[in-house]
Design a protein around this ligand. Structure first.
Ligand code: MBD
Ligand code: FE
Length: 308
């Protein structure tokens, strides 16, 4: 029977020292968090008999993860970002904040500062003409009583036919498939874009390396991301995940939720200025009332901003 040292007074006071509890400087909040990280890491190491080789391999893994900017991808893939949604849903339910379109994860591929358009936007740069299927995406932003929200900002972004996103995929033009559309007097937004493909993790990257060892794939169904905001209304981060997709209910990032499946309707006959096949996707959003002005804002997660 081995003796566990993690909970001895000597180890606990050693971790308190390492977490800065022996001084009056720095951030008390961060000290508490780091102390807990040290205590829980030590417990994992001791309880699971983590070997030295396993430990140093994980340190190297973190270096490689950051070096490839995949930390945001890994937290999505391990379901931690989805867990944050479940946690917030639970907190909301406890204080009676219900109704409206469900939230779901932002993911790591947003870029701030997309072009602002009134009521309608053409989102694609035309570079996939003949390859992509044109998609007309439209709907209304409403409050929970069904009243239209005029002047709401619909900030949306999605992948191209290869499943890659502009900015992160340097071969695409600036802000391709990223727009901010301001809703009209009836709360309507209209976008002409292309049908996106699902995203797949880089097979060579550290996130997929971890998923492989978990026996998991790194694929998402085709989807469109949204930040929706308006004065007096609660900020909404969500996605439409497209019907008929192989990974719709097998999303490596667990973002598909009941109420967030968009029915894509394909037309073969040509119309709306398109010669042949095109797609239509109609989706309305319902925003909760904001309980205070902070609730009108998205999280302060650090995000990319296109240069120039
Ligand atoms: C994506 O496009 C995405 O939305 C998430 C959550 C993770 C990786 C790529
Ligand atoms: Fe995405």
């Amino acid at each position: 029977m081995t003796v566990k040292i993690t909970h001895t007074d000597a180890i606990q006071s050693f971790f308190k020292e390492a977490a800065g509890f022996g001084n009056d400087n720095g951030s008390p909040r961060l000290k508490s968090i780091i102390l807990r990280v040290l205590q829980d890491a030590a417990k994992i190491i001791e309880d699971l008999d983590i070997t030295e080789d396993e430990f140093w391999k994980s340190v190297d893994y973190l270096n490689r993860l950051g070096g490839r900017s995949e930390a945001g991808l890994l937290v999505a893939g391990l379901g931690i970002e989805h867990f944050l949604d479940l946690l917030q849903d639970t907190k909301d339910a406890q204080v009676g904040l219900t109704g409206g379109t469900p939230r779901t994860i932002e993911g790591p591929l947003y870029v701030a500062g997309a072009p602002i358009c009134n009521a309608e936007a053409r989102m694609d740069d035309g570079s996939e003409e003949g390859v992509a299927t044109v998609m007309f995406l439209e709907g209304q932003v409403l409050d929970t009583l069904g009243k239209p929200v005029a002047g709401a900002t619909v900030d949306l972004w999605h992948a191209n036919t290869k499943g890659t996103y502009s900015f992160f995929d340097q071969s695409q033009t600036e802000y391709n498939l990223r727009r901010r559309i301001i809703t009209d007097a009836e709360g309507r937004y209209r976008a002409r874009s292309i049908v996106p493909s699902g995203y797949g993790c880089d097979p060579q990257g550290p996130t997929q390396e971890c998923l492989d060892l978990l026996g998991r794939h790194g694929q998402r169904p085709a989807h469109v991301h949204f930040f929706i905001s308006a004065p007096g209304h609660r900020h909404l981060t969500t996605q439409i995940n497209l019907s008929g997709e192989k990974y719709l209910w097998d999303d490596f990032a667990y973002a598909t939720r009941e109420g967030l499946v968009g029915e894509v309707v394909f037309h073969e006959d040509g119309a709306r200025g398109v010669a042949g096949r095109y797609a239509e996707l109609k989706f309305d959003f319902q925003l909760q009332q904001a309980v205070d002005t902070a609730a009108e804002l998205r999280s302060h997660r650090p995000r990319a901003l296109q240069e120039g």
